[in-house]
Design a protein around this ligand. Structure first.
Ligand code: SF4
Length: 476
């Protein structure tokens, strides 16, 4: 199969061009003592941390007299912007679900996320349509893990299950169409727990021409396997690999084991407690933060320093923690070992959804035919373009809805607003007011609106379906 490189852009070229600088910022954002080390002895500090830049290239970062934005920071911002462009085109415009109903459902969930998790989360998320776990449980056991896996139990063996696996891919590919290209192969699992992980990745590549992105927390363990994997994925045009570096010691090991150029296309995400990266408040971390609220405040302080938070008054003036989920799938989560399939989408973690995603439905399949039946039944129940008569309408409990004499304000967690003026749109105003009073079936609201406000059934349906598209209703 021809390599699928058309989704790589200037992002990748720049990563190679600035591989040393990229490494510099990985240490800079993770290690609170690094700046002082640089001030004390720049050459020594760079050498100690295996960072191949000259003192001249980074002098702006430690010279307090320079007040304008240093060039290295601007360069990194440009790289991050080109990554964002790639996400936008690959995941949000080109590779969408084939099924019109699923596409409508996905668009609704993305619209809801804007109110639920905020615009930054929504715009930077890949909203992948499928992920598959190739193990049960995870061997790493990170204390902050937002997905709270059980400890490692079992792998999905490639040789024993090859036929079943290829049928699973066929079935999902037929249903998803191009959205299959957004697939990746881990969730509450460590991908390299499975000794056959590389073979599964190659099958995804064969199926849809895209080598799936990978995130691993064990890059420091079997470095030869990881080195071969980086080469394999690059040979197949993979756009992203990511190392989760859970301590500064692990970052040092990884930076010594691999050159900056070898890791040019690998995002090294520092996850030690003092990093500038803030943990998602879901799963294990949320449990810990409920017992010790000060650890959430520490993380919140980090978020409030980020430009996207600081310079957006909707975030800056909100009390909400702006990283309430790490979920990046609006679609199917499949565990190949247990044959469980779930339909999920991100939400701010709560007692109802502690892992930071809504589980709309779940089922166990025995074979491809059963999987197909499950997809068909979820199509009828969830993948709809319009509401049906018996659908019960109620707003999400976290929406802040104020019914005033002249208007209704529907507010999201970060001040996203929908305002319905009574004079400009009286029919919508009465319909929304009615829905806020009591959960109600579409058919009942239609009758009520016709009897009490002389709103035609067609007009009711049209207006309510507009609210439905915006993802305002609970459970759909
Ligand atoms: S963060 Fe990843 S590696 Fe760590 S426990 Fe969670 S799934 Fe496992």
């Amino acid at each position: 199969m021809q390599k699928s490189l058309n989704y790589r852009n200037s992002y990748h070229d720049n990563l190679h061009r600035y591989a040393g600088l990229k490494r510099f910022f990985e240490r800079w954002s993770a290690d609170p003592d690094f700046k002082q080390d640089l001030i004390n002895n720049t050459t020594e500090a760079l050498k100690k941390h295996a960072i191949p830049v000259t003192p001249d290239e980074i002098k702006y970062m430690i010279d307090e007299r320079i007040t304008e934005l240093p060039q290295p920071v601007k360069t990194m911002w440009e790289i991050s912007k080109s990554k964002q462009d790639l996400i936008q085109s690959f995941y949000l415009s080109e590779n969408l679900p084939r099924d019109r109903g699923m596409l409508a459902w996905r668009n609704r969930q993305i619209a809801r996320q804007r109110f639920d998790l905020g615009p930054f989360f929504t715009d930077t998320n890949i909203h992948s349509s499928m992920t598959v776990e190739l193990s049960q449980g995870c061997s790493v056991g990170c204390w902050f893990c937002a997905l709270s896996p059980d400890s490692f139990k079992e792998n999905y063996n490639y040789e024993d299950n090859r036929e079943e696996w290829l049928r699973l891919l066929d079935t999902m590919h037929s249903f998803l169409g191009d959205a299959m290209k957004s697939t990746f192969l881990y969730w509450a699992t460590e991908p390299f727990d499975n000794p056959d992980y590389e073979k599964f990745c190659l099958d995804i590549y064969e199926a849809c021409g895209v080598f799936p992105p990978t995130t691993t927390a064990v890059a420091h363990k079997d470095t030869e396997r990881i080195r071969r994997f980086i080469e394999l994925s690059a040979d197949h045009g993979c756009w992203l690999n990511r190392f989760s570096l859970t301590s500064l010691g692990i970052m040092s090991k990884v930076h010594k084991a691999f050159s900056a150029e070898e890791l040019a296309e690998v995002e090294c995400l520092a996850l030690n407690m003092n990093t500038s990266f803030a943990y998602g408040n879901a799963g294990n971390f949320r449990k810990r933060a409920l017992e010790r609220p000060e650890i959430l405040s520490q993380q919140d302080n980090k978020l409030r320093k980020a430009p996207w938070h600081r310079f957006n008054s909707d975030y800056a003036e909100s009390e909400e923690y702006a990283n309430g989920s790490i979920c990046c799938v609006t679609g199917f989560l499949i565990n190949a070992v247990s044959r469980k399939i779930q339909l999920i989408s991100p939400t701010t973690a709560s007692d109802e959804w502690p892992l930071g995603y809504i589980i709309f439905a779940e089922a166990i399949y025995e074979n491809a035919a059963e999987l197909e039946m499950i997809l068909q039944s979820w199509s009828i129940q969830y993948f709809k373009e319009k509401l049906e008569d018996n659908d019960i309408l109620r707003f999400h409990p976290w929406l802040d809805i104020s019914v005033l004499p002249d208007r209704i304000e529907i507010k999201g967690r970060f001040n996203q607003k929908e305002i319905i003026e009574e004079t400009a749109n009286p029919s919508l105003y009465y319909l929304v007011r009615h829905i806020t009073e009591v959960p109600v079936r579409l058919t009942d609201i239609r009758q009520h609106a016709a009897a009490n406000f002389s709103i035609s059934p067609q007009e009711s349906d049209l207006l309510i379906n507009e609210l439905y598209k915006k993802g305002f209703f609970y459970g759909c």
